[in-house]
Design a binder for this molecule. Structure first.
Ligand code: MG
Ligand code: MG
Length: 277
C-alpha cells in the first residue's frame, strides 16, 4: 500500500487544481459554442487555444510528445485522439472534443460530445444523441460512485452497469482508460470503465481522477489510424467520449472541470458536490 500513498494530494494541492479545471471547462464551452455545419476541427481547436492563452495557462496536450494541438477532436467512427485539421463538420456529425490546461503546474482534463443538428435526418441524430447521453450519464454514475464508494474499482463497475442497463448493446473501450491527474495530466492509478477483479486504491481525501468513459454504438474493437493518433472503431460504428477531472476532499467531492462543480450532473444520483475549502 505504501507505493500508493503518492497518489493522494494535500488540501493545498487540491485547491491549486481548481483554476486549471475552470480553464479547461471554459475551453470546452467556447469550442462547443462554435460547433455549426461547415466549421473545421482546426477552427474549434483555435478557439480552445485562444481561451487557454488568454487564461495565462498552457495546453497540456502540447506537452505530450509529438502532439502540436490544444484539443483532440474525434468525429463519428473516431472515438478519441482525433487530430484537428481541415475537416469541416457536417450536419448530423457526432463530435467529441477533449481538452486540457496546465496552470501554475497543475492540470485539468475534460471531454464533451456534441451532435451537430440535422433536421433532415432526425432518426440518425436521435440515435447519436442517445449514445452521447448514455456516455455522459455513465460518467456521472462513475463520479457518483467516487462520492459514495470505498475503492476506485466501484467507479468502473458503475459505468459498466449504467451502459449495460441502457439496453442498447453499446461497447465500452477496453484499451483506453481514465487516470489520476495532478502535476501531470496522466498519473496513477488507471481508472477502468468496466468491472475488474482488483478493487484498486482506496477512495479518500486527496484523490483526483479523470473519469472518462469511451462508449461505442457497436463493437469495442478499435484501430489506430495511419496518422498514428486517431482511434476509430473497426466496424465503423459511432463513438462518444465524456470526461471530467474530479477531486475527493475532506467535505466531499468537487468536479473540477464542471462550472457548477458537478451539481446538475450529480443531482439525479443524490450527490451534492462540496466546494474545496
Ligand atoms: Mg482528456
Ligand atoms: Mg484523460
Amino acid at each position: 500500500m505504501a507505493l500508493r500513498r503518492g497518489i493522494y494530494k494535500s488540501p493545498a494541492q487540491l485547491r491549486a487544481m481548481v483554476a486549471p479545471g475552470r480553464i479547461t471547462a471554459a475551453m470546452l464551452q467556447a469550442a462547443r459554442e462554435r460547433i455549426v455545419p461547415g466549421v473545421t476541427t482546426a477552427e474549434l481547436d483555435a478557439v480552445a487555444a485562444a481561451v487557454v492563452r488568454e487564461s495565462g495557462a498552457r495546453s497540456n496536450f502540447q506537452l505530450v510528445r509529438g502532439y502540436r494541438h490544444t484539443t483532440c477532436i474525434s468525429v463519428n467512427e473516431q472515438v478519441v485522439h482525433g487530430i484537428p485539421g481541415d475537416r469541416a463538420l457536417v450536419a448530423g456529425d457526432i463530435v467529441s472534443i477533449d481538452a486540457g490546461a496546465e496552470y501554475e503546474g497543475w492540470n485539468g482534463d475534460s471531454a464533451i460530445t456534441v451532435v451537430v443538428p440535422d433536421p433532415a435526418r432526425p432518426e440518425m441524430v436521435a440515435a447519436r444523441q442517445e449514445l452521447s447521453r448514455v456516455t455522459e450519464q455513465s460518467m456521472w454514475a462513475g463520479i457518483a460512485a467516487m462520492a459514495h464508494g470505498t475503492h476506485i474499482g466501484e467507479i468502473g463497475a458503475a459505468i459498466e452497469e449504467y451502459v449495460t442497463a441502457s439496453g442498447h448493446g453499446y461497447g465500452i473501450l477496453r484499451d483506453y482508460v481514465g487516470h489520476g491527474i495532478g502535476r501531470k495530466m496522466h498519473e496513477s492509478p488507471s481508472v477502468f470503465n468496466y468491472r475488474t477483479p482488483d478493487p484498486g486504491p482506496r477512495i479518500q481525501p486527496g484523490l483526483v481522477l479523470a473519469i472518462e468513459p469511451m462508449i461505442v454504438a457497436g463493437s469495442e474493437d478499435t484501430v489506430v489510424e495511419d496518422d498514428d493518433w486517431t482511434v476509430s472503431t473497426v466496424d465503423g460504428g459511432d463513438g462518444s467520449h465524456w470526461e471530467h477531472s474530479v477531486a475527493v476532499h475532506a467535505d466531499g467531492i468537487w468536479v473540477l472541470t464542471a462550472p457548477d462543480g458537478g451539481a446538475a450532473g450529480l443531482a439525479p444520483f443524490g450527490v451534492r458536490p462540496r466546494e474545496i475549502g
